[in-house]
Design a protein around this ligand. Structure first.
Ligand SMILES: [Zn+2]
Length: 154
């Protein structure tokens, strides 16, 4: 049943927070390092950054989000140097997911966003080595730490 399937150019990937837990790594500390210098200075005491309500511009759905992540989406990711040609590939991929709120994307979709070849992206995140928790997305329907906002689907 849980046989590993080789990802393709159309396999959706996302940041899997289970991986961060398994690895015992602090996602928020890492997130902080992707903020622009101004935001980083503002969140020096980032442990105090609060959860805030995020309203999706398209669906008007309200989600509780991390204040750090909110700053990233409303400030840092809008700056021209957030994803550049010189940004390391794994960083660029990770930032693409930070920017879109961790909506699953395939290598083809990532290609359009970060302007690297989909084949290269697949070779990087489709192998056995996991970068920043980016793994194939499995539709588990409201399981896992990203889903507490969808209370009714349980
Ligand atoms: Zn910023």
């Amino acid at each position: 049943m849980s046989k590993w399937q080789k990802p393709t150019l159309e396999t959706k990937f996302h940041i899997d927070f289970d991986w961060w837990e398994e690895e015992g790594r602090d996602f928020r500390v890492h997130l902080l390092s992707h903020l622009c210098p101004e935001c980083r200075a503002q969140y020096k005491n980032f442990q105090e950054a609060e959860m805030i309500d995020w309203v999706d511009a398209d669906t008007a759905e309200v989600t509780r989000v991390d204040g750090l992540w909110h700053s990233l989406r409303t400030c840092c990711s809008l700056k021209p140097d957030f994803i550049q040609e010189t940004t390391p590939l794994t960083t660029a991929i990770f930032r693409a997911f930070l920017e879109n709120g961790n909506t699953p994307l395939s290598p083809l979709e990532l290609q359009a966003r970060i302007r690297r070849s989909a084949e290269t992206i697949l070779r990087t995140i489709g192998g056995f080595r996991i970068y920043n928790g980016i793994r194939p997305w499995i539709n588990k329907k409201a399981q896992g730490p990203q889903a507490p906002n969808q209370g009714s689907t349980r």
